[in-house]
Design a binder for this molecule. Structure first.
Ligand code: OAD
Length: 247
């Protein structure tokens, strides 16, 4: 399957020192997590953009909480796939390496990746609306109403970034620095239609990085790609990795 592109990708990566893997929902598709724009965009008849928004949450916190609780329950049984494992393994291969993800599912970390930059937060974190305390919460299932903060008693919300909210500043700054300074950007499973995804690819390419896109379909940023691996990440990344391991 696509032997030339696999070989080209491995060739680009072979001598690289500074590499960033930038991922979206597609990297988790083979683990059984539906992609964002592939799911029809509705949950119990409500547009996902409305549920995943501050307005939606304040209008009906219990409904939005049930939506997230269902996602948490589904994700609790999901395992990382070979794409997550290859991307985690690369932290031992490249002297400077970062995984920057738009996903909130925690699967990169489950595969062993450290210091993952989660642009959209994590479904496994809770944030108190009163005192702002953040905490990890892995218990599944939780009651079907939003939890209350054990410190101040206010309602908690999922620690994810909602539509209309700013991305976490510290994470964004770290991601931007890594992307601006990388030699190779490996873009995996993102449609790259929303910012900062679209911007990141352009920033890296403009700064002179080689771009490798891994996606069965061309993303909106595919024109920046030096190499396009058109197929499922869980199949193609292991091929690139095997090729890299040869000498
Ligand atoms: P999308 O659902 O927009 O795009 C998923 C991409 O994965 C598509 O380009 C698919 O072609 C590709 N894909 C599908 N299966 C694949 C596979 N096996 N291997 C590789 N690629 C595959 O998801 P994102 O780009 O992640 O933000 O969406 C970005 C953000 O948009 C989300 O994080 C979300 C949404 O607004 C927030 O929730 C804040």
């Amino acid at each position: 399957m696509q032997p030339e592109s696999v070989a080209e990708a491995a060739e680009i990566l072979r001598s690289a020192q500074r590499v960033v893997a930038f991922t979206g929902a597609g990297v988790s598709a083979e683990s059984g997590v539906p992609t964002f724009r592939g799911a029809g965009g509705l949950w119990e008849g409500h547009p996902v953009e409305e549920l995943a928004s501050p307005r939606g949450f304040y209008a009906d916190p219990v409904k939005v909480w049930r939506f997230y609780e269902e996602r948490r329950r589904n994700l609790a049984n999901v395992k990382p796939n070979p794409a997550h494992r290859v991307l985690a393994g690369w932290q031992e291969r490249f002297p400077q390496y970062a995984v920057v993800t738009q996903n909130v599912d925690g699967l990169h970390q489950a595969a062993g990746a450290r210091g993952v930059l989660e642009l959209h937060g994590s479904i496994w974190r809770m944030r108190c609306l009163g005192c702002g305390r953040e905490r990890e919460e892995r218990t599944v299932p939780l009651p079907r109403v939003p939890p209350l903060c054990s410190e101040c008693g206010a309602m908690e919300r999922p620690g994810v970034v909602w539509f209309g909210e700013f991305l976490p500043e510290v994470v964004m700054a770290a991601a931007f620095a890594a992307i601006e300074g990388c030699e190779v950007l490996v873009v995996v499973g993102t449609s790259a239609v929303v910012y900062p995804a679209a911007g990141f690819v352009e920033v890296a390419a403009t700064a002179g990085a080689k771009v490798i896109e891994v996606n069965p379909e061309a993303s909106s940023m595919a024109h920046f790609a030096d190499v396009a691996l058109r197929g499922p990440a869980g199949e193609l990344l292991p091929l690139v990795d095997a090729r890299l391991a040869e000498i």
